[in-house]
Design a protein around this ligand. Structure first.
Ligand SMILES: Cc1cc2nc3c(=O)[nH]c(=O)nc-3n(C[C@H](O)[C@H](O)[C@H](O)COP(=O)(O)OP(=O)(O)OC[C@H]3O[C@@H](n4cnc5c(N)ncnc54)[C@H](O)[C@@H]3O)c2cc1C
Length: 596
C-alpha cells in the first residue's frame, strides 16, 4: 500500500477552546475545503466537528480498484421510506460517515456539468452562480494532470488546459490503464450521432467525452478532501478537527447563530462551543436539513408538531430533495476485447495486476470509475422531445405536492420546471447519462428529474435518522424519459462499433418491446439514487422556497450559512464532487469577504 505519512492531527474534547471564529459542521467534501481556505489566514480560528473518524488508509479508500468496498462503519445507516411510485421499495441512502465524507467513499468519477446546468442556477435568482462565475472555482479546486502520451495516442483523449486548474489541492488525472472497449463506447456514440466535446470540463458536457478521476498520479491513490484539505494543512495551529462528534443543533441568540451544541457520535452528553463570526453547515444534503430543523429553522407546521421553538419559519428546509435516478441495463460482448472487466474474476490475472500496482503503480488497480462519459440532451435520444416537454409543461404544480404544501414550494417547482424545460428544449442540458464504458451494460441515469422529495425530522432526537423520501418517479414524465433512455441504449448497442464486439442486450430482454412494458420495468427495477443527494437547503429566492440566498446565508437568521450539496437548486448533469468542491471554494471566498 502507498506509504504517504499520516500527518493528520485531531483534537480531543479537552483541547477545544470556548470559541472559534468559525465552527464548520461536517468535515466532508465541502466542510474541509472551506476550513482549509478560512485557515489560510493565521488570525482566524476554525473548529470542524465531524461525526465520523479518520479512515485508516485502508485499500477501500486509497486504491482506485477498491472503490465501493469501504466497510459499513464508514457509512450512515440511512434508509428511505417506501417509494410509492416505485412499488413501495425502500432504498439504502449512501452517505459517508468519515473525515472527507462523500469524497472518501465515492467512485472517483471527476467531471463537470454543462454551462447550461449552472446558468439555470443563476437565472433562478442567484447572481454570481452561472458557469462563467463558477469556472474559476472549478479551476482553483484542482490540479489537472494531462494523460500520458500513450493514452492520448491510443485512445484519442483530448483536453483543454485553459479550462483546467494547475495548482489546486485535488488531483485530477487519468489512470495509465483503460479497457480497450472504451474506444468502441466513444465511437458508437459518434455513430449514434452525438456531439463529441473536445473537453467536457469546458462547459460543453453534452455528448460523449473523456473525463479524469480524482486520482493523485504520484502514488496512484484517491485524491480526496481528507488528504487535500486536511492532511496537507493539519499542522496549522488555527485549525481544530474534532472527529467522532455530531452537532445536534445550532444555538441562537434571537436570530443570530452563536455556536453549536454537539455530542459524542451516538452518545448523550451535550457540549457547546461558540462561533464568533459564523456557523457553517456542511453536513451534506441528508443531514444539513435535519440540523436546521432541530435548531428551529424550517417549516413552521413541522416544527410546531414536534414542539421545536421556531427561530425562523423557512418552508424550504428539507424540501426540493433531488438525486439522479437510474435504470440498470445489461448485455454481453460476444467478441469481447482483452482485457475486459470480466478479467476481474480471474484470480491469477488480478494477482498479477495487484503486483503491478504495488511495484509500478500501473494496471487495472489504478482504475476506479470509467473515464468515458456520455451525457446526452433529450433531442439526441428521441424524436418525442416536444411531446415530453409539453407533458411536463401542462402539469399543475400544485398536484406535484401533498395538500397543505407551502405556496412558495409550489412556486419554486413551477419556476424550476419552466427553466428546465426551456433548457431541455434548447439542448443546453443533458437529460440522460450513460454510465459505464467498457461493457454492454450501463446505468441509464435521469439527469433532470422533475420529481421532488423531502428530508424531514419526525422526532427531536438528533441521533435518529431523518425521514428520507426521494419522491422517486412521482412525476410520471420522469418514467417516460427513462424509457426513452433505455430504448436509445438498445439502438446504441446496434451501432457498428458495438456490433464489432458482438454486443447483445440481455436486460431488459428483447422480449420487452412496448413502451408500456418498459414503463412497468422502470417502475419495478430502477432506483432513485446514484448517491447524489442535493437540494435540501436550496439556493433560491425565499418566495420560491429557498433556504439560502446567493451569499449562502440562511434566510431569516444571521451568522449561519450552508456550503454543501444541499444548496444545489437544480441537480446538474454530472456527478457531484467537483461541483461541490467549486461551491465550497466560492463559499470560502464569500465568507472571507464578509468577515474581513
Ligand atoms: C457512494 C458514493 C459514490 C459517489 N460517487 C461519485 C463519483 O464517482 N463522482 C462524483 O463526482 N461524485 C460522487 N458521489 C457524490 C459526491 O461524492 C458527493 O456529492 C459529495 O461528496 C457531497 O459533498 P458534501 O460536502 O455535500 O457532503 P459530504 O462529503 O457527505 O460531507 C458531509 C459530512 O458531514 C458529516 N456529518 C453529517 N452530519 C453531521 C453532524 N450532525 N455533525 C457532524 N458531522 C456531520 C458527515 O459524516 C460527512 O463527513 C458519490 C457519493 C457517494 C456517497
Amino acid at each position: 500500500l502507498p506509504s504517504t505519512p499520516l500527518r493528520a492531527r485531531i483534537v480531543s474534547e479537552q483541547d477545544i477552546t470556548r470559541s472559534y471564529d468559525y465552527v464548520v459542521v461536517g468535515g466532508g467534501t465541502a466542510g474541509l475545503t472551506v476550513a482549509d481556505r478560512l485557515t489560510e489566514n493565521p488570525r482566524k480560528t476554525v473548529l470542524v466537528i465531524e461525526s465520523g473518524q479518520l479512515d485508516e488508509r485502508e485499500d477501500a479508500f486509497l486504491v482506485p480498484h477498491s472503490i465501493g468496498t469501504a466497510p459499513p462503519k464508514y457509512f450512515y445507516n440511512l434508509t428511505s421510506i417506501p417509494q410509492s411510485a416505485g412499488e413501495n421499495r425502500t432504498f439504502f441512502v449512501q452517505a459517508g460517515c468519515v473525515v472527507g465524507g462523500g469524497s472518501a467513499v465515492n467512485g472517483m468519477f471527476f467531471d463537470r456539468g454543462s454551462a447550461g446546468d449552472y446558468n439555470l442556477w443563476r437565472d433562478l435568482g442567484n447572481p454570481g452562480w452561472g458557469w462563467d462565475d463558477l469556472l474559476p472555482y472549478f479551476k482553483k479546486s484542482e490540479t489537472f494532470h494531462p494523460p500520458d502520451s500513450a493514452t492520448v495516442e491510443d485512445f484519442g483523449v483530448t483536453y483543454n488546459m485553459s479550462v483546467r486548474g494547475t495548482s489546486g489541492p485535488i488531483h485530477a488525472s487519468y489512470p495509465p490503464f483503460l479497457y480497450p472497449a472504451v474506444k468502441n463506447f466513444q465511437a458508437a456514440f459518434k455513430e449514434f450521432g452525438t456531439h463529441v466535446p473536445y473537453d467536457g470540463a469546458s462547459g460543453d458536457a453534452l455528448g460523449a467525452f473523456w473525463t479524469p478521476n480524482s486520482l493523485d498520479p504520484t502514488d496512484m491513490i484517491r485524491s480526496y478532501a481528507r488528504i487535500a484539505h486536511y492532511d496537507r494543512i493539519a499542522s496549522r495551529p488555527n485549525l481544530h478537527l474534532l472527529t467522532g462528534h455530531s452537532v445536534t443543533k445550532v444555538l441562537f441568540h434571537g436570530v443570530t447563530a452563536t455556536g453549536v451544541e454537539f455530542t459524542p457520535f451516538g452518545g448523550s452528553r451535550r457540549m457547546t462551543v461558540d462561533a464568533k463570526s459564523e456557523v457553517i453547515l456542511a453536513a451534506g444534503a441528508p443531514h444539513t436539513p435535519q440540523i436546521l430543523q432541530l435548531s428551529g429553522v424550517g417549516p413552521e407546521n413541522l416544527l410546531n408538531k414536534l414542539h421545536i421553538p421556531i427561530v425562523a419559519n423557512l418552508p424550504g428546509v428539507g424540501q426540493n430533495f433531488q438525486d439522479h435516478p437510474a435504470s440498470f441495463t445489461d448485455g454481453i460482448f460476444v467478441n469481447d476485447l482483452n482485457p475486459s472487466p470480466s478479467n476481474n474474476t480471474n484470480a491469477t490475472w488480478i494477482e498479477e495486476q495487484r503486483i503491478l500496482y504495488e511495484t509500478e503503480k500501473k494496471g487495472v488497480f489504478t482504475v476506479s470509475a470509467s473515464n468515458s462519459a456520455a451525457f446526452i440532451p433529450l433531442h439526441q435520444l428521441t424524436n418525442r422531445t416536444n411531446e415530453l416537454v409539453s407533458a411536463y409543461a401542462s402539469q399543475d404544480p400544485a398536484l406535484q405536492f401533498p395538500a397543505g404544501t407551502d405556496a412558495t414550494i409550489i412556486a419554486g417547482w413551477r419556476a424550476q420546471r419552466d427553466a428546465v424545460l426551456s433548457a431541455i428544449r434548447s439542448g443546453v442540458v443533458a437529460s440522460t447519462e450513460y454510465a459505464g464504458g467498457s461493457a454492454a451494460g450501463m446505468l441509464v441515469v435521469l439527469e433532470k428529474p422533475l420529481s421532488r422529495g423531502s428530508i424531514n425530522v419526525n422526532t427531536t432526537n438528533p441521533l435518529a435518522s431523518p425521514v428520507i423520501d426521494y419522491g422517486f418517479l412521482k412525476n410520471n414524465v420522469d418514467v417516460d424519459i427513462m424509457v426513452e433512455g433505455i430504448k436509445a441504449w438498445r439502438k446504441l448497442l446496434s451501432m457498428p462499433s458495438f456490433q464489432e464486439l458482438g454486443a447483445q442486450p440481455t436486460f431488459p430482454p428483447n422480449s420487452i418491446t412496448t413502451d408500456e412494458d418498459l414503463r412497468e420495468l422502470v417502475v419495478q427495477t430502477s432506483f432513485p439514487s446514484i448517491s447524489h443527494p442535493s437540494g435540501t437547503a436550496s439556493m433560491l429566492p425565499r418566495n420560491l422556497g429557498g433556504v439560502v440566498g446567493p451569499n449562502l446565508i440562511v434566510y431569516g437568521v444571521s451568522k449561519l450559512s450552508v456550503v454543501d450539496a444541499s444548496i444545489i437548486p437544480i441537480i446538474p448533469g454530472t456527478h457531484l464532487s467537483s461541483t461541490v468542491y467549486a461551491i465550497a471554494e466560492k463559499a470560502a471566498d464569500l465568507i472571507k469577504a464578509r468577515n474581513a
